[in-house]
Ligand binder design. Structure first.
Ligand SMILES: [Zn+2]
Ligand SMILES: [Zn+2]
Length: 376
């Protein structure tokens, strides 16, 4: 017994050493959200800081963090108006991008040139991305800065509209200045998630004004200080692009083909969320014998990394089925059904109505889905 225990201890110690060795490797964890028909589901973080503004990391670190976190690309968006380390690093607003771009080429991470226009509310903080020259935005008037983004054919979105430093009650307020930027065709997107904050009223503003949805980390610290391994993940903007190129990403943003993934929730237009669900979930044995009083198990496979939280809508007339079921990521889940007592189930296809509580098409509006089965 003593020998066995020692052996066990030794094996456990070796396993632990191996685990540590693996955890110290430079390794990427892909984000398992599938492509949809016609489009690749590219994962982006379009709002990041480095030491070239008030961030605490060098630009190349942002690239490797993105690679490790399973992203396809990033935008580095250092503040134009706030450079607290200017005694120690260059004040050239293009420099952080230039450094990151080379690291991006090495790790196959798309690096988009950006800057954060950092002003009082209104209009607040806005990111210009797909810029050509960030220095042209470093001007006194915010109107001139935003006009400069337009001259460069950049894409502009409104950052953290419900940030309590600029909106003490946490609501996202739309000002005349935002209407002005919309009418000048400058403002085209909005963060509905910044860090761990979801702004439901900004989500509604996006729908009201046809703005592209974003969820970005706005990281200042090293990524694993804010999102330690084993915990939750940084928010991600999912871009449905025809190709994995910067041009294709820009086209998708202009066409508003994004969804956001944050805190286990996927939010976006129904026509994007539905194919994600359909590509991810398969009923492995849809044909079931429902005659008599026996119970039958259906196996449902979720190949994605998203836990889909299903809740029954209404009640089916003839069939008992789970009112709540979570389709765990990567798992095959058992789902028990039976005929209601005294009910004859006619042979043929039938559907069970569910809502997916964490797939959100609009504030308070989850995606409705149907599970298709066949009684034989
Ligand atoms: Zn900001
Ligand atoms: Zn920021």
């Amino acid at each position: 017994m003593k020998v066995k225990w020692s052996l066990f201890t030794l094996v456990a110690a070796i396993a632990l050493l191996e685990f540590n060795a693996f955890s110290q490797q430079r390794a990427r964890t892909p984000i398992a959200i599938p492509d949809i028909p016609g489009f690749k589901a590219l994962k982006f973080d379009f709002h990041l800081h480095t030491v070239f503004s008030d961030g605490l990391v060098w630009p190349t670190v942002r690239v490797e963090e993105a690679w490790r976190d399973g992203l396809d690309g990033i935008a580095i968006t250092d503040h134009l108006e706030y450079q607290p380390f200017k005694a120690d690093v260059s004040t050239n607003h293009n420099r952080s991008f230039e450094i990151a771009r080379r690291a991006g080429e090495d790790l196959d991470i798309l690096v988009i040139k950006g800057s954060e226009i950092t002003r009082d509310m209104p209009p607040g903080h806005l990111n210009g991305i797909f810029l050509k020259d960030s220095t042209a935005l470093a001007v006194t008037s915010w109107r001139d800065a935003l006009d400069a983004t337009k001259k460069q054919d950049a894409f502009v979105f409104w950052n953290h509209p419900g940030w309590t430093a600029q909106s003490p009650d946490g609501t996202s307020k739309w000002y005349a200045e935002h209407t002005e930027l919309l009418e000048k065709e400058i403002l085209k997107g909005i963060e509905i998630v910044n860090g761990r904050d979801y702004y439901a009223d900004a989500h509604q503003l996006a729908l009201d004004h046809n703005l592209t949805l974003f969820a970005n980390s706005d990281l200042h610290s090293p990524a694993h200080m804010d999102y330690p391994p084993g915990g939750d993940f940084r928010p991600v903007t999912i871009v449905f692009a025809r190709e994995r190129t910067a041009e294709s990403v820009k086209e998708a943003l202009l066409a508003r083909r994004t969804a956001v993934y944050s805190g286990g929730r996927l939010m976006g237009a129904e026509e994007l969320l539905r194919p994600i669900f359909q590509q991810s979930v398969e009923v492995l044995n849809p044909k079931v014998r429902l005659q008599g009083s026996g119970r039958r198990t259906v196996q449902i496979h979720n190949t994605s990394g998203v836990a889909f939280e299903l809740e029954m809508r209404g009640s089916s007339d003839n069939v008992n089925a789970p009112r709540q079921v979570t389709l765990a990521p990567g798992k095959i889940v058992l789902f028990t059904i039976s005929a209601k007592s005294g009910k004859e189930i006619p042979k043929g296809r039938f559907k069970l109505d569910y809502r997916v509580k964490n797939l959100i098409c609009a504030p308070g509006q989850p995606l409705n889905v149907q599970l298709e089965l066949e009684a034989i």
